[in-house]
Design a protein around this ligand. Structure first.
Ligand code: GLA
Length: 393
């Protein structure tokens, strides 16, 4: 059952209580929905980790925000500029609060947040539900309330909350503590659970205020890694939906160790899964082919559409697979995937993609050409590639 939003609950309660009349939404101190409603579609943005690891500083974050605007990514829907691990000073400050690394972020996170906001973007930060981050910087276990307040005071819009150094304490409790602390700040902060899928966060992520939850360990910029993560998404489709998304990890598009066709496959598949689209490359220097992938609006539109079900595998012939996502229009987004290294024909019947038999028109979401399929949808695909279609109902 989907949890009703805070405002829905208030409306329901007020409908039977005459005393409530007139207070809803007009009262300046009326509670705002915080966790609910923050990610009605899968979040889109950028994160520093996949490309830069610990080699980050405030200039990189500012330049990336600039490049998200100038490259057209902002117009295509990318919104969050997320700082990952290694932003923290080696120790908490004299008051016990988290502080930014004074060498790498001398102006402080508040100034950086103001800059990112001035570009019409939002800013995200990182901590761990442990005694230290994965790179052994101070983290938030047992400091949740203070750290959430610090993030809110800086103007943070998104928190990625990792799982390192967790002292083997129960995940649910560790993540709930931060979810409650974020909610208590009153600032809308998207809560991204980076629990690596170890304790089935898809079953409880929503109840701790999570808006997305990692389903696996870390992605690497390799075709085999991307496919291994894809395989682990099978069966999780029923847990994803507005404000609570399965997160198969951030994008590697443009990082250099996959071919263009492999990156097209990665981006297509992540979009079909309604995955958060968090770019992980150097936006400042990306080439045209990378930009063309990341800003393909036809494919992004599939990611951002909610037709009641995350995309899932509908046919498996071993090295060839077919994945389908119902769109809110009744159309079907379909990916034909050739995992093999040699050319192969991939096919599915109309019935397998949930459409009546017969001829259907379709749009190829990478060539943007219209085509039609009679009876079955099929394509001959080079090794390590996909074709992606919007098949009309
Ligand atoms: C973990 C996370 C990664 C990244 C690193 C940072 O491995 O899963 O996404 O945040 O920590 O140290």
């Amino acid at each position: 059952m989907r949890i009703a939003s805070t405002s829905t609950l208030i409306i329901t309660a007020c409908a039977v209580a005459a005393a409530c009349r007139g207070t809803l939404a007009t009262h300046p101190s009326a509670p705002r929905p915080v966790a609910e409603g923050l990610a009605p579609t899968p979040p889109m943005g950028w994160n520093s980790w996949n490309k830069f690891g610990c080699r980050i500083d405030e200039a990189l974050i500012r330049e990336t925000a600039d490049a998200i605007v100038s490259s057209g990514m902002k117009d295509a829907g990318y919104q969050y500029v997320n700082i990952d691990d290694c932003w923290e000073a080696p120790a908490r400050d004299a008051n016990g609060n988290l502080a930014a690394d004074p060498q790498r972020f001398p102006s402080g996170i508040k100034a950086l947040a103001d800059y990112v906001h001035s570009k019409g973007l939002k800013i995200g930060i990182y901590s761990s539900a442990g005694t230290g981050t994965c790179q052994r910087r101070p983290a938030s276990l047992d400091h949740e309330v203070a750290d959430a307040r610090t993030f809110a005071s800086w103007g943070i819009d998104y928190l990625k909350y990792d799982n390192c150094n967790n002292e083997h304490r129960p995940a649910f409790e560790r993540y709930r503590a931060m979810g409650n602390a974020l909610k208590a700040t009153g600032r809308p902060i998207v809560f991204s659970l980076c629990e690596w899928g170890q304790n089935k966060p898809w079953e409880w992520g929503r109840t701790v205020g999570g808006n997305l939850w990692r389903t696996t360990g870390d992605i690497r910029d390799r075709w085999t890694s991307m496919l291994a993560i894809l395989d682990k998404q099978v069966g999780l489709e029923k847990y994803s939906g507005p404000n609570g998304w399965n997160d198969p990890d951030m994008l590697e598009v443009g990082n250099g160790h996959m071919t263009n066709g492999e990156y097209v496959a990665h981006f297509s598949l992540w979009s079909l899964l309604n995955a958060p689209l968090i770019a992980g490359n150097d936006i400042r220097s990306m080439g045209d082919s990378t930009r063309a992938i990341l800003t393909n609006r036809d494919v992004i539109a599939v990611d951002q559409d909610w037709g009641g079900e995350q995309g899932h595998k509908v046919r498996d012939d071993g090295e060839q697979e077919v994945w389908m996502k119902p769109m809110s229009t009744g159309d079907r987004a379909v990916i034909l995937l050739n995992r093999d290294s040699t050319t192969a024909t991939v096919r599915a019947t109309m019935q397998e993609i949930g459409l009546p038999a017969g001829t259907h028109t379709a749009r190829n979401l990478w060539t943007h050409a219209d085509t039609s399929f009679g009876g079955e949808i099929t394509a001959e695909l080079p090794g390590h590639s996909v074709a992606m279609y919007l098949v009309h109902h």
